[in-house]
Write a protein that binds this ligand. Structure first.
Ligand code: NAP
Length: 262
């Protein structure tokens, strides 16, 4: 009996991940911020294994309520795919500093909160996989050398990582992030932080839990305003391979279904 949660499963890459995971699980929870969009996706998947649960990563109460329901209903979870995220389109007129908070709220803080709340269920499973959808936009090279060392420090703690993320937010708000070695991409920085978080979790996880992250490639979805060249069904394969039983990887970043440099 394998139970899986996929966030943002109602469309795009998340929908394709859900579809491709179905054969290897006995229950698939589509965690979606809008129930009707989730129900429509479940209908398209057409399997009695699908269950829709509401989850808004921008809302701490929603995250906590979702996690409580998971703890009430299930003894353990075999798979969590943290797929849901946002990216402001390049043409969006919202100033850079006003995009920082909403981007980090969902892509980093909400994702981390959800993961921490579900971790006890993942560590109870005999063979579990935790997968983050990161991005090649999360490359370390967007930071100064000093910042790169901070983020790739093998002794980095979760607390220190969150302090660094908050420092970026403050420096953006005060208009000095470029001078202080930070990225000039809110989305890229959110994904870089998720890769750092993946590596910390992988380092500290029990052997029974494989924690990894991946880039799906530049996919044809709403996020890319359909400019992406890769079919989201292809992009989804990176996450799906990491979510299979007995995953051999720990703390890696997968791109084009291969282990890749950060
Ligand atoms: P997408 O088509 O925009 O879909 C994003 C999904 O996340 C939707 O289901 C969306 O729900 C959900 N979501 C957004 N905000 C949420 C919130 N606050 N709470 C819960 N769910 C929320 O994006 P995608 O292209 O499939 O991307 C999927 C993942 O791959 C993301 O992590 C993205 O960063 C990553 N990625 C994508 C590409 C690419 O080329 N597409 C490249 C690299 C990495 P709604 O339908 O309700 O909005």
């Amino acid at each position: 009996m394998r139970t899986a949660v996929v966030t943002g499963a109602n469309k795009g890459i998340g929908f394709q991940i859900a579809k491709q995971l179905l054969p290897s699980v006995s229950l698939l929870i589509l965690a979606c911020r809008d129930r009707s969009r989730g129900e429509a996706a479940a209908k398209l998947l057409g399997s009695s294994k699908c269950v829709v649960e509401e989850l808004d990563l921008a809302n701490e109460k929603s995250i906590d309520a979702f996690a409580e329901r998971m703890h009430e209903k299930y003894d353990h979870l075999e798979v969590l795919v943290n797929n849901a995220a946002i990216a402001f389109p390049g043409r969006d007129p919202t100033p850079f500093e006003q995009q920082t908070g909403p981007t980090l709220k969902i892509n980093y803080f909400g994702t981390v909160r959800l993961t921490e709340k579900l971790m006890p269920l993942l560590t109870k499973a005999d063979d579990a996989q935790l997968v983050f959808l990161a991005s090649m936009a999360g490359s370390l090279s967007q930071l100064s050398d000093k910042r790169q060392k901070q983020f790739s420090d093998p002794t980095l703690s979760k607390q220190k990582l969150t302090e660094l993320v908050k420092e970026f937010e403050t420096d953006v708000a005060e208009g000095r992030h470029k001078d202080r070695g930070w990225s000039n991409s809110n989305y890229g920085f959110s994904k870089l932080s998720i890769i750092a978080y993946t590596k910390i979790l992988a380092r500290d996880a029990p052997k029974s839990l494989a924690v990894n992250c991946c880039c799906p490639g530049y996919c044809d979805t709403d996020m890319t305003s359909h400019k992406g060249t890769r079919d989201p069904a292809d992009g989804a394969k990176n996450a799906v391979m990491l979510a299979q039983p007995n995953c051999p990887h720990r703390g890696v970043f997968i791109k084009n279904e291969q282990v890749s440099e950060w």
